[in-house]
Design a protein around this ligand. Structure first.
Ligand SMILES: CCCCCCCCCCCCCC(=O)SCCNC(=O)CCNC(=O)[C@H](O)C(C)(C)COP(=O)(O)OP(=O)(O)OC[C@H]1O[C@@H](n2cnc3c(N)ncnc32)[C@H](O)[C@@H]1OP(=O)(O)O
Length: 249
């Protein structure tokens, strides 16, 4: 049997029409996995979500990324003043393969989607020397039913470039309920306000994260040298294990 049908996944046609609707309604643009963000391979998420996942950026962000500016402005939500807030969206279908002990979607899968969405907002160019997650705090608000279409809406609310830090938030909402709201709601509003708004968009989970820019990469020569050191260290560790494990057990 076709694996997709077995899992009850939406067909590729149904999935793409869902993504196209999101794009049109909220001025988003799907990022082809092979293009601008190609240096970051989202295969992990893609496989876990059985390819029913889309990485979307506001069209304005994507337009700017084609130029030399990594950070861009997007429109405000009408309530707060317009500010430079890079945002990102991940849309996904969470099927039966993601079942957790609650009977709903596993919390680890939810955390992965939230993390990746803030990662995209923080670092839309997916620079290999870019920001990595240093801290992720997830609030699970409702069980996510298996077989849901969900949307993670992420944005950056603060940057401390001198300290290589970037703070972001994301909220995972039900796509069906989101369709009733006119705006995708990237904003600088405090999370509490976002949560209040989110009652009408059926909030499943939200997250705050600290991303830290990695220190500059070493030269290839250094990398080779360090891989030799690592190989040596690994061998030493194995040796230690061989001698110590039986005693420790
Ligand atoms: C087309 C499709 C696209 C698809 C895109 C898919 C998604 C893409 C996105 C994917 C997204 C997924 C992404 C992933 O999954 S990334 C993978 C998961 N993350 C990691 O593996 C990170 C591992 N950790 C590290 O590399 C280092 O520890 C880092 C780089 C984080 C910091 O080590 P470093 O030695 O460089 O840092 P520092 O000591 O100079 O500190 C600098 C400042 O930071 C503060 N600090 C540091 N750590 C923490 C902490 N834990 N809590 C609180 N604060 C912390 C620190 O106090 C200091 O602040 P201040 O004292 O100066 O104020």
């Amino acid at each position: 049997m076709d694996a997709g049908r077995e899992e009850g996944l939406p067909t590729p046609e149904v999935w793409s029409s869902f993504v196209r609707r999101l794009e049109e309604r909220y001025g988003l643009c799907e990022v082809p996995r092979s293009s601008l963000l190609g240096s970051c391979r989202p295969d992990f998420l893609s496989h876990a979500l059985q390819k029913r996942v889309a990485f979307l950026l506001p069209s304005a962000v994507l337009g700017e990324l084609a130029t030399t500016h990594p950070i861009v402005s997007i429109a405000s939500d009408g309530e707060s003043p317009a500010v430079a807030v890079p945002g990102a969206v991940i849309a996904a279908y969470v099927g039966r393969s993601l079942q957790g002990p609650s009977g709903g979607v596993h919390g680890g899968a939810i955390a992965s989607i939230l993390d990746a969405s803030i990662g995209m907002a923080t670092n839309p160019r997916s620079d290999p020397d870019g920001y990595v997650t240093a801290q992720l705090v997830v609030n699970y608000r409702r069980i996510v039913p298996l077989g849901s279409y969900v949307v993670a809406i992420a944005y950056v609310h603060d940057r401390e470039p001198a300290r290589r830090k970037c703070y972001g938030m994301s909220r995972l909402v039900d796509a069906g309920a989101l369709a009733r709201t006119p705006s995708i709601g990237f904003s600088r509003k405090p999370l509490e306000a976002a949560r209040r708004d989110a009652t009408r968009e059926r909030l499943y989970a939200d997250a705050t994260a600290l991303f830290v820019r990695q220190r500059a990469r070493r030269s290839v020569g250094d990398a080779e040298a360090s891989s030799q050191v690592l190989a040596h260290a690994t061998q030493k560790i194995r040796t230690v294990r061989v001698w110590n494990w039986p005693a420790a057990l």
